[in-house]
Design a protein around this ligand. Structure first.
Ligand code: VGL
Ligand code: ZN
Length: 198
């Protein structure tokens, strides 16, 4: 059994002062750095959108951030512009230890589809390649931490469990956006998928 630590989207735009700040997002950084020492494999994810991405409210006439829009692949929350490729906001939090990362997987680069999950775009079909990477390394167990608990951590954990990985989410090293009950719904969904919340 090989376990990997997956650190989700610990980026400037998801921390206080960022474009899509998750309350307390920066508070997890020191703990995440310490946790890395316990794992033989560390993988970081990075939200990485082209300018004008379809998940941005600014890309849709008459829409405001946090509106929900029906997309061909289902409902999509419209976000403030965030994590634009090459921007300062897309950078990892400056205190995050990135040297330990074996792999940095970027997601959300397809202009027409958002990708909360580290495994599939929001159509739940288009893969990022992470599943194959983990399988070929013989990794069967995953521990997940990061931002935001109710969006990208949630979608990544549920997809991983559905793919057959054993998944643990360390809630103390996550922070949530909590939009209209999204945190409670995420917890229920993760538990139903067989994710261990500790
Ligand atoms: C995320 C909203 C939009 C996340 C990414 O990392 O949870 N949330 N893009
Ligand atoms: Zn995003």
């Amino acid at each position: 059994m090989t376990t990997a630590l997956i650190v989700i989207d610990v980026q400037k735009d998801f921390c206080p002062g960022g474009a899509l700040a998750v309350p307390g997002g920066d508070e997890i950084v020191d703990g995440v750095n310490l946790l890395m020492a316990e794992f033989g494999a560390v993988i970081l994810t990075q939200d990485w959108h082209p300018a004008g991405h379809s998940s941005f409210a600014s890309s849709h006439e008459g829409r405001a951030p946090y509106d929900v829009k029906q997309m061909p692949y289902g409902p999509q929350v419209l976000w403030p512009d965030h994590c634009i490729q090459g921007s300062t906001g897309a950078q990892f939090h400056p205190d995050l230890t990135t040297d330990r990362a074996d792999l940095i997987i970027r997601k959300g680069y397809n202009p027409a589809i958002d990708s909360y999950s580290a495994f599939f775009e929001n159509d739940h079909t288009t893969p990022t390649g992470l599943e194959g990477y983990l399988h070929t390394r013989g990794i069967t167990d995953l521990v997940m931490v990061g931002l935001a608990l109710d969006f990208c951590v949630n979608f990544s954990a549920v997809d991983a469990a559905k793919l057959g990985f054993s998944v643990t989410v360390r809630e103390a090293l996550c922070r949530a956006i909590d939009l209209d009950g999204s945190l409670d719904a995420a917890r229920d969904g993760m538990r139903a998928a067989g994710v261990s919340l500790v």
